[in-house]
Ligand binder design. Structure first.
Ligand code: GN1
Ligand code: MG
Length: 372
């Protein structure tokens, strides 16, 4: 877990990105589980805003490479957007940009023992932790598809692997098994339930990696972390206009992104709920998200891609539950936890979502057949 930072230290770090002017305020922003994020307001006249982030270097061990990717991705997309002039009334897609340092060359600063960066703030936009209407759900899917299209031709060799093993479920399973073998005997019924839940699904957990190894599914640039609150919607029109949090953009399976978007967008109680027994995977939201996604990215999916969509919808919440549970057994070193048992509670929610998806397998498969 990272230390908290006194306000005057935050102010002096912010000056690296703003220069000498007034810093009006620095407030925590969003609910990230890994990095620490702040919104900085500054400027002597009309206030300006930017996002200041401390990268969690226990997760991203080579933060310079994260910054390298970020610059590559935003330049690539900006170039593409500038080549396609927009029509009046059309949605204007925005790309978060890295902010150069004020006092020397570069895009990040090491200060107070941490690694900091500045990113442009997407103004006049909202993001939600829970999708509250089908229109929003459609926009979330539309935005993910739009993002996939914009990065589809980003050459892989320009991207570094900033997080090895990310979304490789068999690797998470192996980590879990090693940690579970060393952990104290399960103390609670909930822990016992999680161990059983994982064991029953372990033989299937390599489904996407097996399809990749067999050449059925292929790698392409993906976002890696498109949970709904990373999707920004225009405050007035409600249209998707940006996907933020680009630290995990790298070659992967689009299935990881589709699964992550659906697991976060189809859970009306949100991933922090303390009522796992009430968690359901909502089919209507699923239909709306997929319709939006297919509208922008449908043509890029192959027949084999379609065949593995159900598995991806089931796998990504299972994988996230497994990651939360492993972190719980391992002393909460990866995901920020506010209290004892926080990551166990989060695991229970993701496992409940997985179970709800399994219970609706026929309906979800029918929906996929209809839409694709
Ligand atoms: C982490 O920090 P945040 O909220 O953007 C995690 C995702 C999980 C998510 C679950 C790099 O993302 O994979 O889906 O928590 N990011 C990383 O809330 O591990
Ligand atoms: Mg993230």
């Amino acid at each position: 877990m990272q230390k908290s930072q006194p306000q005057d230290e935050l102010t002096s770090i912010a000056r690296w990105f703003t220069g000498h002017g007034e810093i009006a305020s620095i407030q925590p922003l969003g609910n990230g589980n890994v990095n620490d994020t702040f919104l900085v307001e500054h400027g002597d006249g009309v206030p300006q805003r930017f996002v200041m982030q401390r990268i969690n270097t226990s997760v991203f061990e080579r933060p310079e490479e994260v910054m390298h990717n970020l610059v590559q991705v935003s330049q690539h997309v900006e170039r593409k957007l500038s080549q396609e002039p927009s029509q009046p009334g059309e949605r204007l897609w925005e790309m978060p940009r890295v902010i150069p340092l004020h006092f020397r060359e570069g895009h990040w600063v090491e200060a107070e023992g941490s690694f900091w960066r500045g990113i442009s703030y997407i103004g006049a936009a909202i993001s939600v932790d829970v999708v509250s209407s089908l229109k929003q759900a459609y926009e979330v899917g539309y935005g993910l598809g739009m993002f996939h299209q914009l990065i589809a031709d980003l050459p892989s060799e320009q991207l570094r692997d900033t997080l090895e093993g990310f979304h490789i479920t068999p690797t998470y399973l192996a980590d879990y098994e090693a940690i579970a073998a060393k952990a104290a005997a399960p103390l609670t019924t909930q822990e016992n339930h999680c161990h059983r839940f994982v064991a029953e699904r372990a033989p299937w957990a390599s489904v996407l990696e097996d399809a990749k190894a067999a050449g059925e599914l292929s790698l392409r640039p993906i976002h890696g972390d498109p949970k709904v609150n990373n999707l920004m919607m225009d405050a007035k029109s409600g249209k998707a206009i940006a996907l933020v949090d680009l630290d995990t953009v790298k070659p992967g399976l689009v299935h990881y992104d589709i699964g992550d978007c659906l697991r976060s967008g189809c859970n009306a109680l949100g991933e922090e709920t303390l009522k796992p027994e009430e968690v359901v995977f909502d089919l209507e939201r699923c239909e709306a998200i997929l319709s939006g996604y297919l509208e922008t990215a449908g043509q890029t999916l192959s027949e084999a891609d379609h065949r593995y969509l159900f598995d991806s919808i089931r796998l990504i919440p299972f994988e996230l539950g497994l990651r939360f549970f492993t972190d719980h057994l391992n002393g909460n070193r990866y995901f920020k936890a506010d209290r004892e048992g926080h990551n166990l509670d989060r695991a229970l929610v993701q496992f409940a979502l997985t179970a709800s998806i399994e219970a609706q397998e026929n309906e979800i498969r029918e929906l996929l057949d209809q839409l694709c």
